[in-house]
Design a protein around this ligand. Structure first.
Ligand code: FAD
Ligand code: A2P
Length: 286
């Protein structure tokens, strides 16, 4: 075999699973949350805030011994300019995917279907001055991507990232990200002092406490940053949490005169589920 062919084989090992990407780093935050980074397929283009299907090969079928991919929707938590892809994940102890995914190691392969979609994108909103990101739990993932995208700061004068979780340890991923942003050599100058971070817990004593819905309604968030009430002319919102959270924030937006937008019809706020409800799994496999 010629040296050239040998070089090509060494440079591009054949993936053992379809659409394989290699895990490059992992951080565990507590017993139920972790983040990890993987290699990015060269052809993958996405808009910050979109999600893809990722997963692992499932267990072999007892009758046929064949393995099928076990895939779930995941927001890409890294910005669109990053050479790797980052994900922020729950660990559901009896969850078909995350009971296994939580044990991945650097060098392992995961499946990543390179078909990004989603409504939490800047294009789905009409131009405005101020944007609120409202999220709970792992719902911060799409905003972890957006707050690292220079386009966000070109489009908005003020960015308010709110994150509500039950416990303090669940805030670490977002808090670390925000703390390092201003000094980031690539994005720091765009962020300047435009990003305001408002993190709360609901079941453990911390600096700020309470449900984001209450804090939006009673004006505490506005008071802290000296902001006027929500106004469809100037304010935009993106929401990502449980179905209950999404519906409650949608109600707050609509009560303030804001209209829900989408990719095909941009408007004043957009909503996406951070996960599918209790015991239900949606099939997004396109
Ligand atoms: P599943 O059978 O999928 O879920 C079991 C149960 O666990 C669910 O019924 C639900 O009650 C609960 N659950 C699932 N996911 C979560 C979660 N994220 N937070 C709290 N409870 C949950 N998950 C992430 O961890 N990070 C993401 O960035 C992410 N992005 C998503 C984007 C979209 C558009 C959707 C619809 C879901 C997203 N999810 C995300 C959820 C993800 O698709 C899986 O549900 C999750 O990885 C658990 O998979 P599983 O097979 O272990 O358990
Ligand atoms: P709480 O502790 O008061 O239920 P969950 O794990 O249930 O998705 O909740 C994650 C975080 O979101 C928790 O802090 C929870 O507060 C909060 N939360 C859940 N549902 C709502 C809702 N409908 N409105 C506002 N906050 C919510």
């Amino acid at each position: 075999m010629s040296n050239r062919i040998l070089d090509m084989i060494e440079a591009e090992p054949v993936p053992v699973i379809p659409d394989a990407q290699t895990v490059t780093s992992i951080t565990h935050y507590n017993d139920w949350l972790f983040s990890f980074r993987v290699t990015r397929p060269q052809s993958l283009r996405f808009r910050s805030g979109e999600f893809v299907m990722i997963g692992l090969m499932g267990d072999p079928d007892p009758e046929t011994s064949k393995q099928k991919p076990l895939l779930r929707a995941y927001s890409i938590a890294s910005p669109n300019w990053d050479e790797e892809l980052e994900f922020y994940s729950i660990k559901v102890q009896d969850g078909p995917l995350t009971s296994k995914l939580q044990h991945i190691k650097v060098g392992d392969e995961i499946i990543l279907r390179p078909k990004p979609v989603g409504t939490l994108v800047l294009d789905a909103l009409l131009p405005g001055n101020r944007i609120y990101f409202v999220c709970t739990g792992t719902g911060i993932a799409p905003f972890a991507s957006l707050i690292r995208d220079p386009e966000l700061y070109e489009k908005y004068d003020e960015v308010i990232l709110t994150h509500t979780c039950r416990y303090i340890s669940e805030l670490t991923y977002g808090a670390d990200l925000v703390a390092n942003l201003a000094d980031d050599p690539l994005i720091g100058e765009f962020v300047g002092n435009k990003l305001k971070y408002y993190a709360t817990t609901t079941r453990e004593k911390s600096l700020r406490m309470g449900r984001v819905t209450d804090l939006l309604r009673n004006g505490n968030i506005a008071k802290e940053f000296g902001l006027p009430p929500l106004d469809p002319k100037t304010d935009r919102l993106m929401v990502c949490g449980s179905m209950a959270l999404n519906l409650d924030v949608k109600d707050i937006c609509e009560s303030s005169g804001l209209t829900e937008g989408s990719n095909s019809m941009p408007a004043e706020f957009v909503v996406e589920k951070a996960f599918v409800g209790e015991g239900v799994t949606e099939n997004f496999d396109a």
